[in-house]
Design a protein around this ligand. Structure first.
Ligand SMILES: Cc1cc2nc3c(=O)[nH]c(=O)nc-3n(C[C@H](O)[C@H](O)[C@H](O)COP(=O)(O)OP(=O)(O)OC[C@H]3O[C@@H](n4cnc5c(N)ncnc54)[C@H](O)[C@@H]3O)c2cc1C
Ligand SMILES: C=Cc1c2[nH]c(c1C)Cc1[nH]c(c(CCC(=O)O)c1C)Cc1[nH]c(c(C)c1CCC(=O)O)Cc1[nH]c(c(C)c1C=C)C2
Length: 450
């Protein structure tokens, strides 16, 4: 928080699609701090240089100007018209891209004006590079079960509704997960801060870098030790542990020294991962200088619209969503630049990016003059790219876990990028640790009784 402004430089919102998120919020007592954006269903994409609101239901789709009549028919008739994967891409090594998959179901215009901005706004990537199987595993499986995505989505939704009505566990007054994306009063940082507070000082080491990990099998548990360096450069050998859940990005894991039974355990089987670079610019403008403000979540710019001179990926209307994030006479915007579309621009200076953002916001929202304030955060490796080589990444993670007893890997390199999926991945790893420890103690019982 600075000068009455609250902003996020990383995740701005999260969802409760994964049940683990709801449990965490309940356990941390965070329900009362949950903050839902105003008019979050109003989301815009740029078409022919101007923002157009995205339809939120089939009736709005029919009247919307986002797509041509031909594409609208193609969506409505998809249950009958979708094409099977051609034999050319059917062998196991040829991965289908996100654009190929949606092209088969809905045609090129849907890829260009719905899928391209969606993947830009959720991974900073482009649909040609992303692997369908790794980026949208649920839809990939829907096609396997139902063929048509529309039929599969409808049947899955009805099945889920049937399940929900029998669910008696949700807390009174809340329909969990049904209210869309949310943040917290004070911003997303409230979540890790509250998590830290719920742990005691000896359970958590902040600002510490893990340098090495060592596994030594023995009759006892606590086979793992690790060494860390803290920000004041003091190196520390930590106590011993029964198991390790690693959540650092794989590019950082590669730099760690790992020992197994006194011998170096080489991590050279970890493949190179492509990461998306991204700059985030937080700008403010006095309200009188924004001539065509839009209410809602934000606006995304399809790659095709770059021909109209746009250079950013999209902008969140942060203070429209959360009015307490800025003084009442100011609009606060969060703009994303770079990703696979413009890797070089992501690295540009704050001054250059300020011009780029101001120019795009001038066309989109009619801002006049320079922003009152600018904050810039550059993410050199914002997201791992779930591309066609991602099978090799998953195999390497499996190998690490198989070869190192009591070692588990979780986080956004496995099973999805979102905050919710990262939390769920951590919870799954914790369950695996419990099973592992139970199996260790069962194995030991006969020896113990000797
Ligand atoms: C700009 C941006 C916007 C986003 N917006 C959203 C959004 O709106 N909604 C959403 O759901 N998701 C969003 N995401 C994605 C989401 O925030 C991340 O994918 C998710 O938080 C990843 O969590 P993680 O724990 O797997 O990894 P990280 O949050 O990357 O955590 C990994 C941690 O490991 C630490 N580490 C690395 N090496 C070591 C070492 N040697 N020793 C100790 N620690 C180490 C790092 O310092 C880091 O803190 C966004 C991400 C970015 C970058
Ligand atoms: C324009 C670039 C980006 C914007 N946000 C992100 C980027 C790269 C990062 C991001 N945002 C979301 C996620 C989680 C993805 C997931 O798998 O759930 C990530 C990594 C949340 C999100 N943002 C948008 C959508 C549709 C979602 C999914 C959750 C939800 O529906 O709320 C769209 C969107 N992102 C940005 C804008 C301006 C925008 C829509 C107008 C910025």
């Amino acid at each position: 928080m600075q000068n009455g402004l609250i902003w996020d430089e990383g995740a701005n919102t999260m969802t409760e699609a994964e049940p683990e998120v709801g449990s965490l919020l309940d356990d941390l007592g965070l329900r009362e701090k949950q903050q839902f954006p105003i008019s979050q269903k109003k989301r815009y994409i740029v078409r022919n240089g101007v923002p157009v609101m995205l339809p939120t239901n089939p009736i709005e789709l029919v009247t919307s100007s986002v797509l041509s009549t031909q594409s609208k028919f193609q969506i409505l008739l998809e249950p009958f018209l979708w094409k099977k994967k051609s034999s050319k891409v059917s062998d196991a090594s040829a991965e289908e891209s996100v654009s190929e998959f949606f092209q088969r179901h809905f045609g090129q215009e849907v890829v260009d004006y719905l899928i391209d901005p969606f993947v830009g706004g959720t991974s900073a990537a482009d649909p040609d590079s992303l692997s369908m199987k790794h980026s949208f595993p649920d839809l990939w499986n829907v096609e396997k079960s139902f063929g048509s995505i529309i039929v599969g989505a409808i049947r899955t939704k009805f099945a889920a509704k049937g399940g929900k009505s029998r669910d008696t566990k949700s807390s009174p007054g809340t329909k969990k997960g049904s209210r869309g994306s949310f943040s917290f009063k004070g911003g997303m940082q409230i979540l890790p801060d509250t998590l830290c507070k719920s742990l005691s000082h000896d359970e958590i080491n902040l600002d510490s870098k893990v340098l090495s990990l060592s596994y030594n099998s023995g009759s006892r548990q606590e086979n793992w030790s690790l060494s860390c360096v803290s920000h004041n450069e003091t190196q520390r050998q930590n106590p011993h542990y029964d198991a390790v859940i690693m959540t650092a990005p794989l590019c950082n894991v590669k730099e760690m020294k790992v020992m197994k039974g006194g011998q170096p355990f080489q991590l050279n089987f970890l493949p190179e991962i492509n990461y998306m670079p991204l700059s985030v610019l937080i700008t403010t403008f006095t309200k009188e200088k924004v001539k065509r403000p839009l209410e809602g979540f934000g606006v995304l710019i399809p790659s095709k619209e770059q021909k109209h001179g746009f250079k950013t990926l999209g902008t969140l209307f942060s203070s429209m969503m959360f009015p307490d994030r800025s003084p009442s006479d100011v609009h606060l915007y969060t703009t994303f630049i770079g990703g696979s579309r413009n890797q070089e621009l992501a690295k540009a200076s704050t001054d250059e990016l300020k011009q780029v953002v101001t120019s795009d916001l001038q066309r989109l929202l009619g801002v006049e003059g320079e922003p009152v304030s600018v904050n810039h955060y550059y993410w050199r490796k914002a997201f791992p790219l779930y591309d066609s080589s991602y099978d090799s990444v998953m195999e390497a993670i499996d190998k690490m876990e198989n070869d190192l007893p009591g070692f588990f890997y979780a986080g956004n390199h496995r099973g999805g990028l979102s905050v919710g999926k990262s939390i769920a991945s951590g919870c799954k790893a914790a369950d695996l640790v419990i099973s592992y420890l139970e199996s260790c103690s069962n194995d030991k019982k006969p020896n113990d009784s000797l």
